[in-house]
Design a protein around this ligand. Structure first.
Ligand SMILES: Nc1ncnc2c1ncn2[C@@H]1O[C@H](COP(=O)(O)OP(=O)(O)OP(=O)(O)O)[C@@H](O)[C@H]1O
Ligand SMILES: [Mg+2]
Length: 370
């Protein structure tokens, strides 16, 4: 193992009774990296983070933080780590100042070191206005900042942050992400989130987990290129072009697009009442815009819009994890039954509520204060 590996997970497996929460999860995070840890609800992100931060032990596998084994050297590991759990446990009766002082003492900082660090943490986390306030009076966003503050107070080289921006408003989200970018300049960060634009803003690399397994690990560009598919959006005027006899019907345009070489799927998308709009997924890099253009001109139709883009991180995320989300909603795994999804809405809502309940129970049972 190279010496700049700050987080090392090796074949981590975790069983909760018969539930396989993690299935041989392995990855390394190197010094200075800010890595996004992605996956749908229940994929195993928090479980992995709890193992890495010595809160629970795995069923099998090993993990090291800064070269220290998380089971054999938990004290050394905790000194190197700042951890923000998914729901940060804060003492609501304490002021922000006294809470940060308390967490600093727990981590062995003396009063002089605490004051020095406090100045920095207040600046980086934007806590100056609330230092004297009771935590219970703070908005959720400020509580998250306090949570981030306690994770940073002992100046750890490694940060593990479990959904630091969940439930924040868009302004607060953007601020917390900019703090993470700022602190990440000098630290190694593993950051879980459901917000892909945050990963794009803060991380150069991402690890995607699904059903307890790592399904992608690489730079964002590598992950975007993973499916090797390109998307085109085409829209054709509903009126007839001059000189042609018949206005095109949607099915006719769709059928014609489907005959083009390399097309994987053609799907009608909403458009205004003047146009038929389609999304095409194409295998391979070859640019088929000229073929699309020529075919439409040959048919005597009028092209209103044509553009091509690579798959987004969100597309790849959905591709890699869709089976899991659909299973969680009690839906069949076939991809082609989108029309049927509407009729499943009722059952889906109930299932989602159930899983939320489970999640919060689970957190209150498992998160301890360190
Ligand atoms: N203490 C527990 N007891 C039983 N099952 C658990 C426990 N903790 C987690 N699980 C299960 O392990 C799996 C992974 O859960 P985990 O909390 O790690 O997912 P996650 O990726 O963090 O999801 P989310 O995005 O909802 O936070 C889920 O099936 C969950 O129900
Ligand atoms: Mg979680």
């Amino acid at each position: 193992m190279s010496t700049d590996v700050m987080i090392h997970a090796d074949n981590l497996t975790k069983m909760f009774g018969s539930v396989v929460a993690l299935d041989r999860v392995s990855f390394d995070v190197h010094k200075g990296e800010v890595v996004g840890f992605l996956g749908p609800n229940g994929a195993g992100k928090s479980t992995t983070m709890r193992i890495l931060t010595c809160f629970i032990s795995p069923t099998s596998g090993t993990a090291k933080i800064h070269g220290h084994d998380v089971f054999e050297q938990p004290l050394e590991v905790r000194q190197k780590l700042g951890y923000l759990p998914q729901r940060a446990p804060l003492y609501s009766e304490m002021t922000v100042w006294s809470y940060l002082q308390f967490t600093a003492r727990m981590r062995g900082l003396d009063e002089v070191e605490f004051k020095k660090r406090l100045r920095k943490v207040v600046e980086v986390c934007g806590l100056a206005q609330v230092l004297g306030k009771d935590i219970r009076t703070l908005s959720h966003g400020y509580r998250q900042r306090v949570g981030l503050g306690q994770a940073l107070i002992h100046d750890p080289p490694i940060l593990i942050l479990d959904e630091p921006t969940s439930d924040l408003d868009p302004n607060e989200k953007a601020e917390v992400i900019s703090y993470i970018r700022e602190v990440g300049k000098e630290r190694t960060v593993l950051l879980s989130t459901h917000n892909l634009s945050e990963v794009e803003a803060a991380c150069a690399r991402a690890i995607i987990v699904s059903k307890g397994r790592v399904v992608a690990d690489g730079t964002l560009d590598d992950i975007r290129a993973k499916t090797g598919r390109i998307r085109y959006v085409v829209s054709v005027h509903e009126k007839m072009a001059e000189g042609s006899h018949q206005p095109p019907k949607a099915g006719e345009v769709q059928g014609a697009l489907q005959t083009l070489k390399g097309i994987s799927t053609v799907r009608e998308i909403p458009s205004d009442d003047r146009a038929h709009g389609f999304e095409l997924i194409v295998n391979g890099e070859h640019d088929i815009r000229p073929e699309i253009f020529r075919m439409i001109v040959d048919k005597g139709w009028t092209l209103l819009e044509l553009h091509r883009d690579a798959q987004t991180l969100g597309d790849v995320f959905r591709d890699l994890t869709q089976g899991e989300s659909r299973m969680a909603r009690g839906l069949r795994s076939q991809v082609e039954d989108e029309e049927e999804e509407d009729s499943d809405d009722e059952g889906r809502d109930e299932d989602e509520e159930d899983s939320d309940d489970e999640d919060s129970d689970d957190d209150s049972k498992n998160e301890k204060k360190d």
